[in-house]
Design a protein around this ligand. Structure first.
Ligand SMILES: [Cu+2]
Length: 182
């Protein structure tokens, strides 16, 4: 192969790699590599949840923490976020690419989102009223892996609560939501 032909082959090869990379980015952005909602529902939902069911969606934009503690895009949303019945089963589904967890605590006096994080990026969990962090199971565990669901049943008196994820720095990056029992 002469020099110009070698250069042509190299150029075509490099263009091919760029194309494959671009397609991978598009597939990732569309959730093509993530678990489908159908997989989640087929494999790990609670069978007979007690009380009112509140669906919690745990999400992120993928990627890894890059040294700082303000670069993650993580979020938690609950539907409904106001209930009248004090017996509640929170069903938390991780639709993101990172591990997450779900906790319910009394709302802080200064309002939702005001807890401080320790040097490990975690909040003080000592007032936790319930936790779901078992992939495809109930209660506390090792974290809810991407595409799986965890659940916990609690009985809460009327009041204001905070739902949150306490994976390192997730709370500090906004992974919390208010919740009310009337
Ligand atoms: Cu999280």
């Amino acid at each position: 192969m002469n020099a110009s032909r070698a250069r042509l082959v190299t150029t075509v090869g490099a263009a091919g790699l760029v194309l494959v990379g671009a397609l991978a980015v598009v597939a990732f952005a569309r959730g093509g590599f993530g678990p489908s909602q159908r997989d989640v529902l087929a494999n790990c939902d609670p069978r007979n949840p007690d009380g009112e069911v509140v669906n919690v969606t745990l999400s992120d934009r993928g990627g890894v923490m890059m040294g700082g503690n303000n670069l993650m895009m993580v979020s938690l949303a609950a539907t409904p976020n106001v209930v009248t019945n004090g017996t509640i089963t929170f069903v938390a589904t991780n639709v993101g690419a990172m591990n997450h967890e779900f906790l319910v605590l009394p709302a802080p006096i200064d309002g939702v989102g005001t807890r401080s994080s320790g040097v490990d990026g975690k909040i003080d969990e000592s007032t936790s009223l319930g936790e779901a962090s078992t992939s495809c199971g109930a209660g506390a565990g090792q974290g809810i892996s991407p595409g799986t669901t965890s659940w916990v049943t609690v009985t809460l008196p009327p009041g204001h609560y905070e739902l949150l994820c306490d994976e390192p720095w997730h709370y500090a990056n906004g992974m919390f939501a208010g919740f009310t029992v009337t």
